[in-house]
Design a protein around this ligand. Structure first.
Ligand code: NAP
Length: 280
């Protein structure tokens, strides 16, 4: 039987954190499922991470999300890291176990795949080659999830080639790190193009990429969601390509976290999506 003072608590630790959309997402689900609780932004600086995470059990938190600058530093604090978070190289979700110990997980890859499947349920990673641009934190989550979904050939391009080469060595066979200048020509014959760089984000220039070699059937995905349509997605849409922005990744990574904390697997409803889109 639940405790009479049981009030569900979770939050997101980051610095800065007040821009985060996660409180809106999780508080929508708490209310939708009739659960008494709250999800709060927690402005925690790097030097406070250990104490803040260790305080979660005493504060009655079921866990928390982590954002910049804590996703890597948390490895040194949590008691266990699941294999997917280990491979992704980042922890975006901490779950407080019944004994007060801390589990580190990463649901960004789940979010990426389910964000695509929500829009294109028949999508498969193993159809034809995929081009991925970028080799930062977002790229790692996308690459791990594509490899796990059976992608056979991923052509990886990064402005700083050594980062792409390191990821190809780490993740193995399906990933080929190629020369940055060859990215335009490499779009020939691909089933999918994914931008994981910050280029095209609000306040940043557009990604420098010519789409003339890209088949019009190729799915174009950008993990950016501010703006909702990046210059890359707008150009692809004008060519007739199907497109998906990064909002689905954000919304869907939140689902297994909510489930791990509160025991309910929530859905990304049209109402939730519209509410979040209205704030962007
Ligand atoms: N939808 C979601 O849930 C989600 C999740 C994670 C990230 N994101 C978004 O993804 C984007 C990247 O985030 P991140 O965490 O991966 O960042 P990051 O680790 O800092 O990586 C940035 C990437 O962008 C590349 N880049 C930066 N400036 C460039 C330029 N002028 N020309 C070409 N490439 C350039 C970097 O290349 P170099 O290695 O050469 O610097 C690197 O590959 C951000 O817009 C972020 O908001 C979205």
């Amino acid at each position: 039987m639940s405790h009479p003072d049981r009030f569900l608590m979770a939050g997101i630790m980051g610095w800065p954190v007040m821009h985060s959309l996660s409180p809106k997402i999780h508080n929508y689900w708490l209310s939708k499922h009739g659960l008494a609780g709250t999800y709060v932004p927690l402005a925690i600086q790097a030097e406070g991470l250990r104490a803040a995470l260790r305080a979660l059990p005493a504060l009655g938190f079921a866990g928390c999300n982590l954002t910049i600058p804590h996703k890597e530093a948390a490895f040194e604090v949590v008691d266990r890291v699941d294999p997917l978070a280990q491979r992704t190289g980042a922890i975006n979700c901490v779950v407080v176990a019944p004994d007060g110990s801390l589990d580190g997980r990463n649901y960004d890859g789940f979010g990426y795949i389910h964000g695509i499947l929500e829009v294109y349920p028949a999508w498969r990673a193993d159809a034809r080659p995929i081009v991925v641009i970028g080799a930062g934190g977002g790229a790692r989550a996308v690459l791990v999830s594509l490899v796990d979904q059976g992608a056979r050939e991923i052509r990886l391009f990064n402005r700083s080639p050594e980062r792409a080469q390191a990821l190809a060595r780490e993740f193995g066979a399906p990933i080929k790190a190629l020369a940055w200048n060859d990215r335009h020509a490499a779009l020939e014959g691909v089933a999918m193009l994914i931008n994981t760089t910050s280029q095209g984000m609000a306040g940043q220039p557009a990604l420098d990429l010519a789409l003339n070699k890209l088949p019009t059937s190729a799915l174009v995905s950008d993990i950016i969601y501010v703006p909702r349509e990046t210059p890359l997605l707008a150009a692809a849409r004008l060519c007739g390509n199907p497109t998906v922005n990064g909002l689905g990744m954000l919304l869907h990574q939140a689902r297994p976290a909510f489930h791990a904390w509160f025991g309910v697997m929530p859905e990304v409803t049209a109402e939730l999506r519209a509410m979040i889109e209205a704030t962007i």
